[in-house]
Design a protein around this ligand. Structure first.
Ligand SMILES: [Zn+2]
Length: 384
């Protein structure tokens, strides 16, 4: 199999010409990009050109609109979500999961891949591409790539930060990079991974005084966006924690259904703070997150109550998974101390190696906690 992505970048848009050449492939072996713009019906439009070229299509993934509401399908549920386009004048960034037609997940598969572009593009883990580049790739690697077209590029050892020079960047990039690198180095050591990350900031001024942040870190690249019209220390520390959260997804277990969000999101909430904050700051965060947990009206629902549909459509229920997981991790740390940290790392390594779907029964064994059933499955209030 040989896959070709040809990027044509013009101002705020990128048109991707996708082609796959193979002797023996069906078109349903590919996943569509599941967000941004009008990719919804793409699959119906895929053209089978001849017996050798299986798929050939070109599509637009970015628009110049700042707030676009798009519909996409995730695990068979239609979701309407507002996206802040990761594009601006002279700046486009997307990760392969959101931007590219991808082969369906199969970590062992190796194939040739050719990227070509009309302007300089940076690809995380690959580097700078002037015109074109061909390499041997696996699905796993391809899924983790992040693509950046930008005039600004800051590269400091492990961390690559790219930002929009026209945006409102409220943090001092070099300072933030130093802080984040410390966190990454510690995690690399503990989890035995050598991660290269790419973080992209996109910023937007909004009319309210509120701080709103969102990011996605399930893959090696991290998308991150900040909306605020005020620079403050609070914003600074929120951004730092937020970035650490997204980065920690790289070390934590990944594949999960909503019934393990307490682990994938909640433990990420815990460890991103535990490994990066000093004692006082950590204590403050404990108060904040525990209070959110105890005040959440869904805190006593059974784990099985949480379905895909409810999770993605109910903000408070979604928040519960974050704060309950945090509180449970805190409880485990208080009762087991370093044994908990060791067992957590062991579990992450086990799942990394086995590639199995997460299973609460197996997770329970790693934590060796008599209250697992009560707290996680039955929804009894966690006492930490
Ligand atoms: Zn997360």
């Amino acid at each position: 199999m040989h896959i070709f992505y040809d990027f044509a970048i013009n101002n705020d848009n990128v048109i991707i010409d996708f082609k796959c050449i193979s002797n023996n492939l069906e078109k349903n072996l590919f996943n569509l990009p599941h967000s941004y713009g009008s990719a919804n019906n793409l699959f119906n439009d895929i053209v089978v050109l001849n017996s050798n070229v299986i798929i050939h299509y070109n599509y637009l993934i970015h628009t110049t609109k700042k707030n676009i509401t798009v519909q996409y399908t995730f695990r068979n549920i239609n979701i309407f979500q507002q996206h802040h386009a990761f594009s601006n004048k002279n700046f486009i960034v997307f990760n392969s999961l959101n931007g590219l037609i991808l082969p369906k997940y199969n970590t062992n598969k190796k194939f040739n891949i050719t990227f070509s572009t009309n302007k300089i593009i940076f690809i995380s883990g690959v580097g700078k591409i002037n015109k074109n580049h061909t390499m041997l790739c696996s699905c796993d690697k391809l899924y983790n790539l992040m693509f950046v077209y930008s005039t600004k590029w800051v590269d400091v050892s492990n961390t690559v930060v790219c930002y929009d020079p026209n945006g409102y960047l409220f943090i001092e990039p070099n300072y933030m990079i130093r802080k984040i690198n410390k966190f990454i180095k510690l995690c690399n050591k503990l989890f035995g991974k050598d991660a290269t990350f790419l973080i992209s900031y996109t910023d937007q001024k909004v009319s309210t005084n509120g701080i709103s942040t969102f990011g996605s870190g399930h893959y090696m690249g991290v998308n991150f966006s900040v909306m605020s019209n005020k620079k403050s220390n609070l914003l600074n520390s929120e951004i730092f924690i937020y970035l650490c959260h997204e980065l920690f997804h790289f070390y934590n277990v990944k594949k999960s259904s909503v019934n393990q969000k307490w682990l994938t999101e909640g433990f990420t909430e815990f460890f991103c703070r535990f490994f990066s904050l000093n004692t006082d700051d950590f204590e403050n965060e404990i108060t904040k997150l525990s209070n959110n947990y105890y005040n959440n009206k869904y805190k006593n629902v059974k784990n099985s109550y949480i379905t895909e549909n409810k999770y993605w459509n109910n903000h408070e229920l979604r928040q519960l998974c974050y704060t309950k997981g945090f509180t449970y991790a805190l409880y485990l740390y208080k009762t087991q101390k370093d044994t908990f940290i060791k067992n957590f790392i062991k579990m992450c390594k086990y799942y990394k190696k086995s590639n199995n779907e997460l299973d609460n029964k197996i997770i329970k064994k790693f934590f060796n906690d008599p209250n697992f059933e009560n707290y996680i499955i039955d929804g009894k209030t966690i006492v930490s």
